[in-house]
Design a protein around this ligand. Structure first.
Ligand code: DER
Length: 230
């Protein structure tokens, strides 16, 4: 099956978890967009849901597809967030942020009773870290923040390239006006320790380690979609 087919399979399987009247956190990225497209068909067929988007990009697509949308301002508590991941391990700890939406994704996931991850099986890993960890930082004093992150990682025995994410020549700017450093640590044996150390760096706004948020995942493989729960 092609990657597109796997993403669609995961998106379709997620629909089984969406019930009438739900307030949904709607994720960002290509797998989330596959879900959005099948969700839109169900809404056209009469499903009542209200969505809260995790990025401007997702908001735009949902509105184009006539999915009723609100914001966390009016819906501060959601029933279910459905979102993709760049990596997920056996405990459903995630690396997210490949699409640059990690801050709003984490805020929306944390405001939800449940988070259901949708992914193709290529995203499952033994140990997080092969995918570069996105770290969202404030633009003020970014070199000082860069150095402080390196020092924090070094203190945990982690090393690797820390690169400023760019769009072409220009720095990538997130929906919230921040920058992203991608950290190629290679392996992150203790994600909780790294999360704490990063949050101790004042210029770090958020990072792509999602710990204790996802309790369920739908992982699409060649012939089945596995439902993982922790
Ligand atoms: O940016 C993100 O967090 C996305 O959800 C990403 O993790 C998954 O994107 P994909 O579904 O396009 O692989």
């Amino acid at each position: 099956a092609s990657a597109e087919e796997l993403k669609r399979a995961a998106g379709e399987a997620a629909l089984d978890h969406v019930t009438d009247g739900m307030c949904l956190g709607i994720g960002t990225g290509s797998t989330a967009e596959a879900f959005i497209r099948v969700l839109a068909d169900k809404v056209q067929a009469g499903l009542n849901v209200i969505g809260v988007a995790t990025s401007e990009r997702t908001e735009k697509l949902c509105r184009e597809l006539s999915i009723p949308m609100a914001t966390l301002e009016t819906l501060p508590q959601l029933d279910l967030t459905i979102d993709g991941a760049d990596e997920l391990d056996g405990a459903l700890r995630l690396i997210k942020g490949g699409g640059g939406a990690l801050l709003r994704e984490k805020i929306v996931a944390a405001a939800s009773k449940r988070m259901l991850v949708i992914a193709d099986e290529s995203k499952t890993v033994e140990t997080l870290g092969a995918f570069p960890l996105p770290i969202e930082i404030n633009g003020f004093g970014m070199v000082a923040t860069y150095l402080a992150i390196q020092e924090a990682a070094d203190g945990l025995g982690l090393s690797g390239e820390l690169t400023l994410r760019r769009t072409g020549e220009d720095p990538f700017i997130t929906d919230s006006g921040h920058l992203i450093l991608d950290a190629s640590f290679g392996r992150i044996p203790d994600p909780e320790a790294l999360s704490r150390a990063l949050h101790d760096v004042p210029g770090v706004v958020e990072h792509g380690l999602f710990l204790g948020l996802a309790k369920e995942a739908l992982v699409a493989g060649a012939d089945t979609v596995r439902h993982l729960t922790v």
